[in-house]
Design a protein around this ligand. Structure first.
Ligand code: ADP
Length: 482
């Protein structure tokens, strides 16, 4: 394989744009409060292991304070406010997020490890777009086809993961507020900083106290939120394992829930596909956000007669991926979010080696500090291999082949998940046929990882319950709406 012929000078984004406090409290009832136990934990930059700040571990009694604040705000203010007025707050939040976009992008990159190019061009603009989109719905809910004068649940408990911290916050908070609910949100323990900056945005927007409460902490805080009797509805994005725990714990409480869980998406390339575009789509599908994407195209399923040609092109393209400093504007692949996630990626990749698949990565220098994994493909993968069945949630692609279109569909659907899929073909009729046959909530054709606030997102089977985004995503936040 040729060495990368392109040399880039460093182009680091300035971190002077953000001011990170030495420690953070909890955002409850519109104010910063200390956790009852005074427990704090460190949040680090995964690219170099530098401690960025100390975050509060919310205990059961802190969760209780936050839920009570959200209930009071619901009863006194938010449920009485006309949709048009709620919409104004959402518009205001969206505009402030745009004004502070650079600050959010740099902070997200520091705390998460994702390239600044992605936080700047994807995460932050899409998060603001979610608030703009839902601001528009706030006074039009009667016309959403979800019943006349639909009513909110009340207080919503929201738990989000670390892969798109600010964007997942927006996916959760924007529809909840637009539909008239109040919120207690818990970010993931490794990536709380942009949620805490968002709390400042709520203050700046003069959102009534208690409408949004942000409590930080680990899984124990999440479980306390799920089990709190004052919560009417749960919205969770995270692993299937924790999703199952939540489903069990709410089974008899009558709480409703939306669960957006794992995936093992098939990205199917038919023999008539535009190969160069497909290669771009494959790279975007698995290496975007270091593969920390629940809808990542992590199983490439290629028609056998184009396999050799496609693989040569894919390897050449992979050798051009720039891995390194996430704050550098030229970086394509940043740091793995945590030591624990890196260990999981390494363990699953090692199972690929021992089960007989062939590993390949381009030559690339990984930084000596921080958590890093080279872009990797495994060929010779069979359906029984763990790397074809389990979600790796890292920059690792498993390549399988097929001979007939029917075989492609059978392999694609042979998974407990069903979140997303990709189809690459020049034939419209084949795309329509395949998309009907695939059991996945989101299907992209001749593209991948395209998101829009107006488009519903969610899965089949073990990928979860319910949809987020679009008109469909409003329904779970309204009583009795389907
Ligand atoms: P991942 O494996 O991707 O880290 P998790 O499902 O463990 O995903 O985490 C997603 C979110 O769920 C995080 O905010 C985490 O703190 C929270 N969480 C973890 N365990 C529980 C639990 N038992 N109940 C509720 N939330 C939890």
């Amino acid at each position: 394989m040729d060495k990368n012929p392109f040399e880039y000078a460093p182009a680091p984004e300035s971190r002077a744009l953000v001011s990170i406090k030495g420690q953070y409290g909890l955002f409850i009832n519109g104010a910063w409060v200390e956790p009852k136990t005074k427990d704090k934990f460190s949040t680090i930059n995964p690219a170099n292991e530098e401690v960025l700040s100390k975050i509060s571990q919310a205990s059961d009694s802190d969760v209780d304070r936050a839920v009570k604040a959200a209930r009071a705000a619901y009863l006194k203010t938010w449920s009485k406010m006309p949709g048009k007025e709620r919409g104004k707050y959402l518009f205001r939040i969206a505009r402030i997020m745009q004004e502070r976009a650079r600050e959010f992008a740099v902070l997200e990159t520091l705390d998460n490890g994702k390239p600044i190019r992605e936080s700047r061009d994807v995460d932050v603009p899409l998060a603001a777009a979610h608030f703009f989109y839902h601001a528009g719905w706030a006074d039009k809910l009667d016309h959403a086809g979800l019943g006349i004068n639909p009513k909110p649940h009340g207080v919503v408990g929201q738990i989000i993961p670390w892969n798109f911290p600010l964007l997942m916050l927006a996916w959760k908070i924007a529809p909840a507020l637009a539909t008239g609910n109040t919120v207690v949100l818990k970010p993931a323990e490794t990536t709380s900083l942009t949620a805490l900056l968002f709390a400042e945005v709520c203050q700046q927007a003069e959102l009534p106290a208690g409408v949004v409460n942000i409590i930080t902490g680990d899984g124990a805080t999440g479980a306390a939120l799920v089990n709190h009797p004052g919560i009417d509805k749960i919205a969770f994005t995270g692993s299937t394992e924790v999703g199952k725990l939540i489903a069990r714990s709410i089974a008899i409480s009558g709480k409703s829930a939306t669960l957006e869980l794992g995936g093992k998406a098939a990205n199917i390339v038919f023999e008539d596909a535009p190969i160069d575009e497909a290669v771009e789509g494959i790279v975007n599908g698995i290496f975007f956000n270091q593969g920390h994407v629940c809808c990542a195209g992590s199983r490439l399923i290629v028609q056998e007669n184009i396999y050799d040609d496609l693989l040569v092109k894919l390897k050449r393209r992979m050798s051009l991926i720039r891995v390194g400093d996430p704050l550098d504007k030229n970086t394509d692949l940043g740091a793995i979010n945590s030591a624990a996630q890196l260990a999981k990626i390494k363990e699953l990749s090692a199972s690929g080696d021992t089960e007989g698949a062939f590993r390949w990565s381009p030559d690339c220098q990984l930084p000596s500090k921080g958590f890093w994994f080279a872009p990797t493909i495994f060929t010779g993968v069979t359906q029984s291999h763990r790397i074809a069945r389990e979600e790796i949630f890292g920059p690792v692609l498993s390549v399988l082949t097929f001979r007939t279109p029917q075989e492609a569909i059978e392999k694609a659907n042979n998974t407990p998940y069903g979140l997303s899929a990709g189809i690459w073909s020049e034939k419209g009729s084949r795309i329509l046929w395949a998309s009907k046959a695939l059991k996945a909530g989101v299907i992209w054709a001749n593209t991948f990882n395209k998101f829009d606030p107006a488009s519903p997102f969610g899965g089949y089977k073990e990928s979860g319950w319910g949809r987020e985004g679009g008109r469909h995503g409003l329904a779970p936040y309204l009583k009795g709406a389907k």
